[in-house]
Design a binder for this molecule. Structure first.
Ligand SMILES: Nc1ccn([C@@H]2O[C@H](COP(=O)(O)O)[C@@H](O)[C@H]2O)c(=O)n1
Ligand SMILES: C[C@@]1(CO)OP(=O)(O)OP(=O)(O)OC[C@H]1O
Length: 159
């Protein structure tokens, strides 16, 4: 059995007049994340972690932000495509551990919905998808609520 680890990181800017999508879940907030897609920063970090683990470049390589087909796309679709990409190299997902850095909104009550949504798209147990949240204690761009960042670590396996 081959076991590989991967790491992903992403940032998107918070702006008015955009929906806020995190972990495949739409949250009520006065601002949303700006991007070519729905800008789901958590899903993008997970996609990059999965692609990195399989040594298959990154999200922008497979889904360029210059392509009309990805404009405002639901990032859950990109996540499913990413699972299929690593599957084409024989890999399946062991587990995922991720952290969202956001001053606001409070995310703790939404974490179970994110875990449920992500595990369904990924085709793995909810117990294998960990999502955590932290503020950055009002420091930096996340602390000033200019943006939200996310980090993800994954383990993938090939029998
Ligand atoms: N957007 C967020 C940020 C944090 N949480 C929860 O609060 C806990 C404490 O956060 P600190 O940044 O002050 O350490 C954190 O462990 C999360 O449980 C949250 O729900 N939403
Ligand atoms: C997802 C893609 C594609 O719609 O666009 P964005 O939503 O701008 O997100 P980013 O994290 O910059 O990653 C790559 C992209 O090509």
């Amino acid at each position: 059995m081959k076991i590989r680890v991967g790491f992903g990181f992403d940032v998107h800017r918070l702006v008015t007049d955009r929906e806020l999508w995190l972990g495949g879940v739409r949250l009520e907030h006065e601002k949303g994340l700006l991007g070519h897609s729905d800008a789901d920063v958590l899903i993008h970090a997970i996609c990059d972690a999965l692609l990195g683990a399989a040594n298959m470049r990154d999200i922008g390589y497979h889904f360029p932000d210059t392509a009309g087909e990805f404009k405002n796309i639901d990032s859950k679709i990109l996540l499913k495509k990413t699972v299929d990409l690593i599957g084409s190299k024989g890999y399946s997902i062991g587990n995922i551990d991720a952290t969202i850095c956001a001053e606001r909104p409070k995310l703790k009550t939404h974490i179970p919905a994110m875990q449920q949504t992500l595990s369904a798209v990924l085709g793995i147990d909810e117990d294998d998808v960990s999502v955590k949240a932290t503020t950055t204690e009002k420091l930096g761009f996340t602390g000033r609520e200019e943006g939200i960042s996310a980090y993800a670590t994954v383990l993938i396996v090939k029998e």
